[in-house]
Design a binder for this molecule. Sequence first.
Ligand code: DX5
Ligand code: ZN
Length: 217
Amino acid sequence: MKRVKVAPSILSADFTNLGRDINKVEAAGADWLHIDVMDGMFVPNITIGAPVVKSIRKITNLALDVHLMIVNPIRYVEDFANAGADYITVHVEACEENLKETIDLIKQKGVKAGVSVKPGTPAEKIRPVLNDLDLILVMTVEPGFGGQLFMVEMIPKIREIKKMLRENNLFNTCIEIDGGINAETAKLVKEAGADVLVAGSYIYNAENIAEAVNSLR
Ligand code: DX5
Ligand code: ZN
């Protein structure tokens, strides 16, 4: 099986020692850094904004994978692009009127564009913009919090998206999985077609972070 990328989520880091906790996963061989942005509207939780991303950009070489769980994300694309995001992912449910416009703006800013679907959203919702994406993020928990249980019923959706990409010869678009990833669930999603695995609590709660990162590959 191909080597998947691992993107630790700082949502489970110690925010009083954020720099240290980012350096830890970088030293452990992580590929990307996953940054969960929540607005208390699209999801019932508030996390961090562009100024924090800007500070993170200065202390790590990891690709910054920014997951926007905010209403009408087009309003903040420029801020996160300027802050140094390498990937900006928006939710289809958060921008139904202007999804294509939002993706175009992300790309115009020189950032790779991703779209995410919540567990209740069918894969078909991505089809209208399929050709425009660098990444598709499949949520395997309800977005909002770390440390939730993996929803195994999302596996068919991952397979369906893999098939859609293959049928359209989109071999460079990656499938990222977010929520409840550990060594066991990683096997299931890799087998279904995942290219990038987000993991928060599994990595940050581990005794040995390098071992935890490697166990996902
Ligand atoms: C949830 C976030 C996830 C979260 C994953 O809304 O999008 O990135 O940090 O946490 P774990 O890996 O603990 O499920
Ligand atoms: Zn996330």
